[in-house]
Design a protein around this ligand. Structure first.
Ligand code: AVJ
Length: 323
């Protein structure tokens, strides 16, 4: 793999600033969900994907396995593939293998996690007609760079799988997709994987599994603050909570303070008081309906090209083309 790294500001400084801003909010305290994915968090998410309660990743993979040929048939060649948040790269294999059309294809995973990029290069490095160029960047920065290096006549396919879009609040999801659209040329494609609405008890189980892996995934955010920013959170003073918010149609993860306490975070220069029962909101996972997805895509400047859904665990892959 060729690796392109960004020359960015000190990441610990940014983490500290975001933690400070989120914990000093006057109403609901919050922490950005992107910080759930350090090395421990990424490994825990891999375990979550294997849990019986969490059908999301398996549905995504099943759809790509069953329909890779059908999806690829709707794309032009030559093609460059950019993936926003490659994760382990496992499910992308089906698409990349289906792209064997007698020519070489560049695959550009874009990830802020170095660990994930390495994992993905190891997982996909053996596919013969594919060359991997990894971008250790924020999504839009990486995508701009991929777009800047495309060759004339190449179609760009952006993969945004695993329902990561669900972590954006509405309407930030439209804003984000619009920014993606604006880095593309007319005729470029976006394959969007989204989790669909399903019965609430099933959703709550998926985000509060019997083994407690999701609880560990959530609590790890506090452990990470302790490790990287010199915090003194006692993890046993907090409990994991998953809630369904009907207004936003999202599952929210929170960390509930079991009693009144004050926490210090040295490298964020911060002392925070939490009341008994008060929560820190750490993630939202929005659930979509197929018709809402179409509206979202249209509002962002795409037109509908095809959709594949899973019946066992309602989930959709939607292929969109930039207008
Ligand atoms: C990786 C963002 C799709 O929101 O379902 C899993 C992360 N959070 N369990 C999701 C997650 C709690 C996951 N995504």
């Amino acid at each position: 793999m060729i690796l392109r790294q960004a020359v960015t500001a000190d990441p610990a400084f940014e983490f500290a600033a975001d933690v400070r801003a989120g914990l000093l909010l006057r109403g609901q305290k919050e922490l950005p969900s992107k910080y759930l994915y350090d090395e421990v968090g990424s490994a825990l998410f891999e375990v979550i994907s294997a849990l019986p309660e969490y059908g999301l990743t398996r549905a995504d993979e099943r759809l790509l396995r069953m329909h890779a040929a059908g999806i690829v048939a709707r794309l032009n060649s030559p093609l460059v593939v950019a993936e926003l948040g490659s994760g382990s790269g496992k499910k992308t294999r089906y698409l990349l293998e289906a792209l064997d059309r007698g020519e070489h294809t560049r695959y550009c995973p874009i990830e802020i996690s170095h660990a994930a990029l390495t994992m993905c290069a190891r997982e996909l490095g053996d596919i013969e007609h594919i060359s991997i160029v990894g971008f250790e960047r924020e999504y839009l920065d990486g995508l701009r760079e991929v777009a800047a290096h495309r060759r004339p006549g190449e179609q760009l396919l952006v993969l945004f799988l695993g329902s990561t879009i669900g972590n954006f609040d509405r309407p930030a999801d439209v804003t984000f997709l619009r920014s993606v659209r604006n880095t593309l040329q007319t005729g470029d494609a976006l394959l969007l994987g989204t989790d669909l609405l399903k019965p609430i008890p099933q959703l709550l189980d998926a985000y509060d599994d019997a083994l407690g892996v999701t609880a560990a995934f959530n609590l790890n955010l506090l452990a990470r603050i302790n490790r990287e920013l010199g915090g003194n959170f006692r993890l046993s003073d907090f409990e994991h909570e998953a809630r369904f918010n009907p207004k936003t149609r999202s599952v929210e993860m929170h960390l509930r303070s079991k009693h009144a306490q004050t926490v210090h975070i040295t490298r964020a220069g911060l002392s925070v008081r939490l009341e008994e029962g008060e929560t820190i909101w750490t993630e939202s996972s929005h659930k979509y309906s197929p018709s809402e997805l179409l509206q979202l895509a249209m509002a962002a400047g795409f037109r509908f090209q095809g959709q594949w859904t899973d019946q066992e665990w309602p989930f959709a892959e939607t292929l969109l083309v930039a207008e």
